[in-house]
Design a binder for this molecule. Structure first.
Ligand SMILES: Cc1ncc(COP(=O)(O)O)c(C=O)c1O
Length: 311
């Protein structure tokens, strides 16, 4: 957000700036969602909601996981939040505490370590490498393990690298966290953004509603081009969701009219996501204009991960 503000200031001074800060879809919020929003306000759908969000929306999110991943989640497994960012915060507050260490594969979305620090825990970075498609490696993870390690934060498809964790590696990571007694958080905000035949697999598909130590975070921001509307969610076992609600209540609750639109939005998710950059090719080739840039083509959300290297 700081980068975005700076870019806006530079533009106001007449400087031509390409802003690589926030991830904003290149299409407007789809018409049916806009209409549902306007309709909700006109019908006075504007009062407080419960901290966990509207039951109708919580059920809808659970059902969409059940349909796609053959799971058995219910509304009680979902907490609706004002975007994925607060969902990450609520889950981390519920899962981590002072003195814990939380492993975060790097490069990472910058919010993860900051949120971990807010819980009193320490973020521990583990590098991932271009040669391995920026997918976390078991040896690297094992090498940072201490008796204070409490959790692992995954982000697939990944911002900023675009890496999509293959199903086989996801299985290994789940097994690893289980055997070490760690909490596993998977941010799947970009779950609909995969290209060139690569498929996203949700952590939820593996763990089911009864598993103890996991949470999936998702968002309507990118898939439905609703970044300013602020709707996200976390999904996990009921006891963890109860703690996440306690973490959320003093701070903020999801807004009622926005929640309403998301029920409509949910239905068209795949179609909206595909509009983003077409197949990603034009975005990737654009980078060739920049000298000394090396582009990784990860088949994930950003569809290219530009890196600048010294010659
Ligand atoms: C990995 C990741 N998770 C979550 C978010 C934020 O989502 P939201 O707009 O729902 O807070 C972003 C935004 O860039 C992101 O990159």
């Amino acid at each position: 957000m700081a980068v975005m503000l700076e870019a806006q200031q530079l533009r106001a001074q007449g400087i031509d700036v390409i802003d690589l800060g926030p991830g904003q879809p290149d299409f407007p919020t789809p018409e049916p969602i806009k209409k549902a929003g306007i309709d909700a306000i006109i019908r006075n759908f504007t009062r407080y909601t419960a901290s966990a969000g509207l039951d109708e929306l919580r059920e809808g999110i659970a059902e969409s996981f059940n349909r796609r991943w053959d799971t058995h989640f219910g509304a009680e497994n979902v907490v609706v939040t004002a975007g994925a960012k607060p969902a990450v915060f609520n889950v981390c507050m519920a899962a981590f505490q002072d003195g814990d260490e939380v492993v975060i594969p790097s490069p990472y979305w910058v919010t993860f370590p900051e949120v971990v620090k807010l819980t009193g825990a320490s973020p521990v970075q583990v590098p991932t490498f271009e040669e391995n498609g920026f997918v976390p490696e078991m040896d690297s993870l094992e090498s940072v393990l201490t008796d204070r390690t409490r959790g692992l934060i995954l982000n697939t498809p990944n911002n900023p690298t675009g890496a999509v964790i293959p199903e086989s590696v996801l299985g290994q990571l789940i097994e690893w966290t289980r055997s070490r007694g760690l909490f596993l958080l998977s941010d799947e905000t970009y779950g609909e953004f995969t290209y060139a035949g690569r498929e996203h697999v949700s952590l939820a598909a593996y763990l089911g509603e009864s598993a103890a130590a996991f949470a999936v975070v998702g968002s309507f921001s990118k898939v439905h081009s609703m970044t300013g509307w602020r709707i996200g969610y976390c999904l996990g076992p009921t006891d963890l969701m109860a703690k996440a609600i306690r973490a959320a209540t003093p701070a903020r609750s999801p807004k009622r009219p926005r929640s309403r639109h998301c029920i409509a939005a949910r239905v068209n998710s795949k179609r909206c996501a595909r509009n983003l950059h077409g197949d990603g090719v034009s975005f990737c080739t654009g980078w060739s204009r920049f000298p000394d840039s090396v582009v990784f083509h990860p088949k994930g959300p950003s569809t290219s991960f530009p890196m600048w290297r010294r010659p």
